[in-house]
Design a protein around this ligand. Structure first.
Ligand SMILES: [Zn+2]
Length: 124
Protein backbone atom coordinates (compact mmCIF):
# COMPACT_ATOMS: atom_id res chain seq x y z
CA UNK A 1 0.00 0.00 0.00
CA UNK A 2 0.98 3.62 -0.36
CA UNK A 3 2.15 5.40 2.77
CA UNK A 4 3.57 8.83 3.38
CA UNK A 5 7.36 9.04 3.44
CA UNK A 6 8.94 9.98 6.75
CA UNK A 7 10.71 13.28 7.27
CA UNK A 8 14.08 11.51 6.98
CA UNK A 9 13.08 9.84 3.73
CA UNK A 10 11.94 13.17 2.31
CA UNK A 11 15.26 14.67 3.37
CA UNK A 12 17.13 11.84 1.64
CA UNK A 13 15.06 12.42 -1.49
CA UNK A 14 15.94 16.09 -1.35
CA UNK A 15 19.67 15.36 -1.04
CA UNK A 16 19.53 12.81 -3.86
CA UNK A 17 17.67 15.30 -6.01
CA UNK A 18 20.15 18.10 -5.41
CA UNK A 19 23.02 15.70 -6.22
CA UNK A 20 21.33 14.88 -9.53
CA UNK A 21 20.68 18.59 -10.10
CA UNK A 22 24.35 19.42 -9.46
CA UNK A 23 25.39 16.77 -11.95
CA UNK A 24 23.02 18.20 -14.58
CA UNK A 25 24.24 21.72 -13.81
CA UNK A 26 27.89 20.71 -14.15
CA UNK A 27 27.24 19.01 -17.48
CA UNK A 28 25.19 21.97 -18.69
CA UNK A 29 28.08 24.28 -17.80
CA UNK A 30 30.72 22.16 -19.52
CA UNK A 31 28.64 21.52 -22.65
CA UNK A 32 27.47 25.12 -22.91
CA UNK A 33 30.94 26.63 -22.56
CA UNK A 34 32.47 24.09 -24.96
CA UNK A 35 29.80 24.55 -27.60
CA UNK A 36 29.87 28.35 -27.32
CA UNK A 37 33.63 28.46 -27.76
CA UNK A 38 33.66 25.90 -30.59
CA UNK A 39 30.82 27.72 -32.36
CA UNK A 40 32.47 31.15 -32.06
CA UNK A 41 35.88 29.81 -33.07
CA UNK A 42 34.77 27.77 -36.08
CA UNK A 43 31.40 29.21 -37.18
CA UNK A 44 31.25 32.73 -35.80
CA UNK A 45 29.30 34.53 -33.11
CA UNK A 46 26.38 35.25 -35.41
CA UNK A 47 26.10 38.95 -34.72
CA UNK A 48 27.87 42.20 -34.01
CA UNK A 49 31.48 42.33 -35.15
CA UNK A 50 31.75 38.68 -36.16
CA UNK A 51 28.71 37.48 -38.13
CA UNK A 52 28.09 33.90 -39.23
CA UNK A 53 30.86 32.38 -41.27
CA UNK A 54 33.45 34.67 -39.70
CA UNK A 55 34.94 32.78 -36.78
CA UNK A 56 36.72 34.78 -34.12
CA UNK A 57 40.30 34.08 -33.09
CA UNK A 58 41.48 32.22 -30.02
CA UNK A 59 42.76 35.54 -28.79
CA UNK A 60 39.25 37.06 -28.93
CA UNK A 61 37.81 33.98 -27.25
CA UNK A 62 40.38 34.31 -24.49
CA UNK A 63 39.46 37.97 -24.21
CA UNK A 64 35.74 37.08 -23.89
CA UNK A 65 36.18 34.11 -21.58
CA UNK A 66 34.39 35.85 -18.72
CA UNK A 67 31.24 36.17 -20.86
CA UNK A 68 31.32 32.48 -21.73
CA UNK A 69 31.63 31.65 -18.05
CA UNK A 70 28.78 33.95 -16.98
CA UNK A 71 26.48 32.75 -19.78
CA UNK A 72 27.18 29.08 -19.09
CA UNK A 73 26.87 29.61 -15.34
CA UNK A 74 23.40 31.11 -15.79
CA UNK A 75 22.35 28.18 -17.95
CA UNK A 76 23.74 25.77 -15.37
CA UNK A 77 21.88 27.60 -12.62
CA UNK A 78 18.65 27.32 -14.61
CA UNK A 79 19.26 23.59 -15.07
CA UNK A 80 19.90 23.22 -11.34
CA UNK A 81 16.76 25.11 -10.34
CA UNK A 82 14.58 23.30 -12.86
CA UNK A 83 15.78 19.93 -11.58
CA UNK A 84 15.46 20.73 -7.87
CA UNK A 85 12.00 22.27 -8.21
CA UNK A 86 10.56 19.71 -10.58
CA UNK A 87 7.80 17.67 -9.00
CA UNK A 88 5.80 14.77 -10.22
CA UNK A 89 2.46 15.84 -11.67
CA UNK A 90 0.83 12.69 -10.33
CA UNK A 91 -1.22 12.69 -7.16
CA UNK A 92 -2.48 9.66 -5.35
CA UNK A 93 -5.46 9.23 -3.02
CA UNK A 94 -4.39 8.28 0.49
CA UNK A 95 -7.41 5.99 0.90
CA UNK A 96 -8.27 4.23 -2.35
CA UNK A 97 -4.91 4.71 -4.20
CA UNK A 98 -6.64 6.26 -7.19
CA UNK A 99 -4.27 8.51 -9.15
CA UNK A 100 -4.94 11.77 -10.92
CA UNK A 101 -3.04 14.59 -12.54
CA UNK A 102 -2.19 17.66 -10.49
CA UNK A 103 -4.54 20.62 -10.77
CA UNK A 104 -7.80 18.83 -10.21
CA UNK A 105 -9.58 18.70 -6.85
CA UNK A 106 -7.48 17.68 -3.85
CA UNK A 107 -10.37 15.59 -2.50
CA UNK A 108 -11.18 12.14 -3.78
CA UNK A 109 -14.72 10.83 -4.24
CA UNK A 110 -13.97 8.13 -1.67
CA UNK A 111 -13.44 10.77 1.03
CA UNK A 112 -9.64 10.58 0.97
CA UNK A 113 -7.37 13.35 -0.23
CA UNK A 114 -4.89 13.46 -3.06
CA UNK A 115 -1.22 13.74 -2.14
CA UNK A 116 1.72 14.30 -4.52
CA UNK A 117 3.23 10.92 -5.31
CA UNK A 118 6.73 12.27 -4.54
CA UNK A 119 5.68 12.36 -0.89
CA UNK A 120 4.51 8.75 -0.90
CA UNK A 121 6.15 5.35 -1.06
CA UNK A 122 4.95 1.85 -1.73
CA UNK A 123 5.26 -0.75 1.03
CA UNK A 124 4.18 -4.40 0.84
ZN1 LIG B 1 -9.87 7.90 -2.97
Amino acid sequence: MWVRKSKDELQEDKIAKSKTALKYAAWTFVISISLSIIKDRFIGTGGGTAPWGKPISWHEIHYNIFLYIVFSFLLALAAYKTTTYSKSSTQICNKCNKTQNKGKSSHCKCGGSFINIDLMKWVE
